[in-house]
Design a protein around this ligand. Structure first.
Ligand SMILES: *Cc1c(COP(=O)(O)O)cnc(C)c1O
Length: 332
């Protein structure tokens, strides 16, 4: 694996810090908990999509694109980070936002990520839930192409093999930090959605032969579906990295016990996790992703799945901007 062989725009603030969470570890009385701060990757407050976009936007530039398109849920962090990248690189950005929650309130529809999309100069249109959003995006892209635009489309969450390279890069960075400080990592836990993060991370860890298991806490799909989707993308990413076959199905673990009623619908355990991280560590999670990931981490520690003497890294994937879109859920 030699990532310099792939086109990349170096805009992320890397390496992100790796910090110990002393007060949370003490409160839970289990393993030593560390946090990999991918909420601090830069560009419009950062988050996990920034690493993927370094590779995706380089491809857009190489193709001579003047318009970048992507899609996501109303409060998509990926859309916001794409809009910021496009602004920084002097490209136009058009987004399709899917109404997955049916929320009518002003903050959900116009504050948080949506506000920042607009501030970065992106334009957007909305769709009702349940459509094939990547297909919808391609239809809109065709129209722009007919008008003479050079359009580069990015799938939801930036999750294809190009985007996943960003998380193979994170594996390299994290293992390097652990090596430098003599930290043996026993487990990595993070929120998983469109799969690029987990697929890239697992593939990178396998390429390094790091022997660190990764647990993806699902925010949407059932365990079996999520594992299958992560496995498919990880396998394809391994091919692109020149090490086909290094990822096997047993390397992929997802847990869908913390989804709650569905994507984008906050859970009580998630909101508890938001308050816990905020009050014990001064850290901000988000209602859609990282809080559900943290709820899984906390519950699995309480159930003894992660034990005293072990060291667990929680990969913070960002998203705190959407706190402002979920004012109602947080102040109720
Ligand atoms: C997109 C996102 C995730 C999930 O990452 P995937 O690569 O889509 O699986 C997790 N946390 C936050 C904050 C995100 O925006």
């Amino acid at each position: 694996m030699h990532l310099a062989r792939f086109p990349r725009v170096h805009l992320a603030h890397l390496p992100t810090p790796l910090e110990r969470m002393d007060r949370l570890s003490e409160a839970l009385g289990g393993p030593e908990i560390w946090i990999k701060r991918d909420d601090c990757t830069g560009l419009s407050t950062g988050g996990n999509k920034t690493r993927k976009l370094e590779f995706l936007m380089a491809e857009a530039q190489a193709e001579g694109a003047d318009l970048v398109m992507t899609q996501g849920a109303t409060q998509s962090n990926h859309a916001r980070q794409t809009a910021a990248f496009a602004a920084r690189l002097g490209m136009n950005c058009h987004i399709l936002l899917e109404d997955r929650t049916g929320y009518k309130d002003e903050n959900y529809n116009h504050n948080g990520n949506v506000l920042l999309d607009v501030l970065h100069g992106a334009t957007y249109e909305t769709r009702n839930a349940g459509l094939d959003m990547n297909a919808e995006m391609e239809l809109v892209a065709e129209n722009f192409r007919k008008q003479g635009k050079k359009v580069y489309t990015i799938p939801g969450g930036g999750s294809n093999t190009t985007g996943a390279l960003g998380y193979a890069n994170c594996a390299l960075e994290l293992v390097g930090q652990a090596n430098d400080r003599g930290l043996v990592i026993d487990h990595i836990v993070h929120a998983t959605g469109s799969t690029g993060t987990q697929a890239g991370l697992v593939t990178g860890l396998k390429a390094l032969n790091a022997n660190i298991p990764v647990m993806g806490i699902s925010v949407r799909a059932a365990k079996a579906v999520q594992e299958e989707n992560v496995f498919k993308l990880a396998s394809a990413t391994a091919d692109v990295l020149g090490c086909p076959g290094i990822v096997s199905a047993q390397d992929i673990a997802a847990n869908s016990d913390y989804v709650g009623e569905g994507y984008g619908l906050p859970t009580e355990a998630g909101i508890d996790a938001i308050r816990m991280f905020a009050k014990l560590e001064g850290l901000l999670l988000d209602p859609v992703y990282s809080s559900k990931g943290a709820a899984g981490l906390i519950d699995l520690i309480r159930k003894g799945h992660y034990k005293k003497g072990e060291r667990v890294v929680f990969l913070h994937t960002g998203g705190s901007v959407s706190l402002f879109g979920y004012l109602n859920a947080l102040t109720a």
